[in-house]
Design a protein around this ligand. Structure first.
Ligand code: MTE
Ligand code: MO
Length: 416
C-alpha cells in the first residue's frame, strides 16, 4: 500500500499514527506483500529429505535470539542476562530466554535431595520433597517477573543506546504451575502473631528475604513448572516462589526454607538493596508491588526503519497492581496520543502486548508509550518520575521510554 493511499481519516495522532483498527479492516489494501510472479520453482530444501526427529526442539538456526549477559570476568556468577524483548512477539517468554539474575550462580540441585522446610511460628514444622508436592492439586498463573533493578540505566545522565530488551529485559512472562502457598501454610498451621515469612534459597548465595505473610496467602505459588516443563535450573529448579506483581528478588529460587516470624529478617536484599534513597535523604523500603510500566519493543534503539511506509509499532505493558486498562502511543514526544490495540486475553499481573500502525514518510519523530492500569494509575513521564523520586534512585524505574527516529530511519534512545 502506498503511504498516500491511506486517507487522512485514519491518522489519529500527529506524525503518522494510524487507527489501531487499520489492520482489522478488510480494506483491500496490502501492507507489505510483493506482487505475485509466476509459480516459483521448488526451493532447494524441497529436493532433499529433511532432518529426522529430535528429542528436544531448538529454535531455527536462522532465527537465533540471545540473552545478553552482564557479568564481569572477576565474578561471572553474580550478574544477569537480559530477555531480548525487542526480538520477541506475543506475551510468553520462551523458557530459554527468561532473564536470569543470580547472586552466586546456578546450583545443580538433585531433586531427590532437595527439601522445602516450613518452620518457626507454626504449629508443626513440615518438610516437603518434590514427589510429595506433586500430589497436591496444582494451579497455574501466567505472570511476569521483573527485577526491581530493571530499566535502571534510565537513571543515568545520558540515555543508553541498546535495544529495548537489553535495558528493560529484566522482565519475563511465563505460565508458572505449582502448589498455592496458602495450602502448605495451612497444613503447617501459622500462629496468630506471625506476620512475616523469611524465604531462603538453596544456592551458594543462600539468598534470603522477608515477605508479608498475607501475600503468601493471597496469590503466591510454589512453582514446579514453567511453561509446561519443570522449572529451568536458571529459574529455580526444582521449586521457586512466585509472588505475582511483586518485585523480582522476592521470587526466591531453589526455595529451601520458609521461616515464619513476627518480624522481618532485615537482610541485605531488603536494606542495602531494593530500597531507594529519596530526595529528602531518607530511604524507601519494602516497596513490594511493581508500578505500571510499558515500553515499545519494536522499533527500539539501534534499529533502522529501512524504507518509508507502514510500520507496526508494538510493545509490552504490565502492572503489579492488576490488569492493563489502556496503552496510548505518541509519535510527537507526548503532545498527541492515540490508543493502541491490546492483545487478549488481558491477565492480571501479566504482560499485555500492544500494537498500533505508524505511517512513516521520512519525518523525524519521537515515539512513546504510556500505560494506565485498572486501578487508574498512569505511567509517569521521565520528568514526572524524577520530580517525585529525585535523582539518587537506582531501583523501580517505571517512566516512559522515548525512541527518536531521524529522517534516515535510525532509532535512538532519547530523554524527552
Ligand atoms: N535463591 C535465589 N533466589 C533469587 C535470586 C538469587 O540470586 N538467588 N535472585 C533474585 C532476583 S534479584 C531476581 S530479579 C529474580 C530473578 O529471577 P530469574 O533469574 O528467574 O529471572 O530471582 C530472585 N531470586
Ligand atoms: Mo532482582
Amino acid at each position: 500500500m502506498s503511504p498516500e493511499s491511506i486517507t487522512k481519516l485514519t491518522q489519529v495522532a500527529e506524525n503518522g499514527l494510524l487507527d489501531r483498527r487499520l489492520f482489522l479492516r478488510s480494506s483491500g489494501v496490502s501492507i507489505a506483500a510483493l506482487f505475485a510472479t509466476p509459480a516459483p520453482a521448488r526451493e532447494p530444501w524441497m529436493n532433499v529429505t529433511g532432518k529426522p526427529f529430535s528429542n528436544y526442539g531448538q529454535p531455527s538456526q536462522h532465527a537465533r535470539q540471545v540473552r545478553w549477559i552482564s557479568a564481569t570476568a572477576a565474578s561471572p556468577a553474580n550478574g544477569l542476562s537480559w530477555t531480548p524483548l525487542h526480538q520477541l512477539e506475543g506475551t510468553i517468554t520462551p523458557s530459554g530466554l527468561h532473564f536470569e539474575r543470580h547472586h552466586n550462580g546456578v546450583p545443580d540441585i538433585h531433586p531427590g535431595q532437595h527439601r522445602l522446610l516450613i518452620h518457626g511460628a507454626v504449629k508443626r514444622a513440615l518438610s516437603f520433597d518434590l514427589d510429595s508436592l506433586l500430589r497436591y492439586p496444582l494451579e497455574s498463573r501466567v505472570c511476569f517477573i521483573e527485577c526491581g533493578g530493571n530499566s535502571n540505566a534510565c537513571w543515568r545522565q545520558d540515555p543508553i543506546q541498546t535495544p529495548a530488551g537489553y535495558f528493560h529485559g529484566m522482565l519475563s512472562n511465563s505460565e508458572w504451575t505449582g502448589v498455592p502457598l496458602a495450602v502448605l501454610l495451612d497444613e503447617a498451621g501459622v500462629q496468630r502473631n506471625a506476620k512475616w515469612a523469611i524465604a531462603e534459597g538453596g544456592d551458594a548465595f543462600a539468598m534470603n528475604i522477608s515477605l508479608p505473610i498475607e501475600k503468601l496467602y493471597d496469590d503466591a505459588l510454589l512453582a514446579l513448572y514453567q511453561n509446561g516443563e519443570p522449572v529451568r535450573p536458571e529459574n529455580g529448579y526444582p521449586m521457586r516462589l512466585i509472588v505475582p506483581g511483586w518485585e523480582g528478588v522476592l521470587n526466591v529460587k531453589w526455595l529451601r526454607r520458609l521461616h515464619i516470624s513476627d518480624q522481618p529478617a532485615m537482610s541485605r536484599n531488603e536494606t542495602a538493596k531494593y530500597t531507594e534513597l529519596q530526595a529528602n535523604g531518607r530511604a524507601r523500603q519494602f516497596t513490594f508491588e511493581l508500578q505500571a510500566k510499558s515500553v515499545i519493543t519494536s522499533p527500539s534503539a539501534t534499529m533502522k526503519l529501512p524504507h518509508h511506509g507502514i510500520y507496526p509499532i508494538t510493545g509490552l505493558a504490565w502492572s503489579g497492581a492488576g490488569k492493563v486498562a489502556r496503552v496510548e502511543v505518541s509519535a510527537d514526544a507526548g503532545n498527541s496520543w492515540a490508543e493502541a490495540s491490546l492483545q487478549t486475553p488481558i491477565l492480571s499481573k501479566s504482560v499485555t502486548r500492544f500494537r498500533i500502525p505508524l505511517r512513516w514518510t521520512g519525518q523525524p519523530l519521537t515515539l512513546q508509550s504510556r500505560v494506565t492500569d485498572d486501578t487508574g494509575y498512569r505511567q509517569p513521564s521521565r520528568p514526572e518520575l524524577l520530580a517525585q523520586r529525585g535523582r539518587q534512585g537506582y531501583f523501580h524505574y517505571n517512566a516512559i521510554t522515548s525512541w527518536h527516529i531521524d529522517s534516515e530511519g535510525f532509532v535512538t534512545h532519547v530523554y524527552a
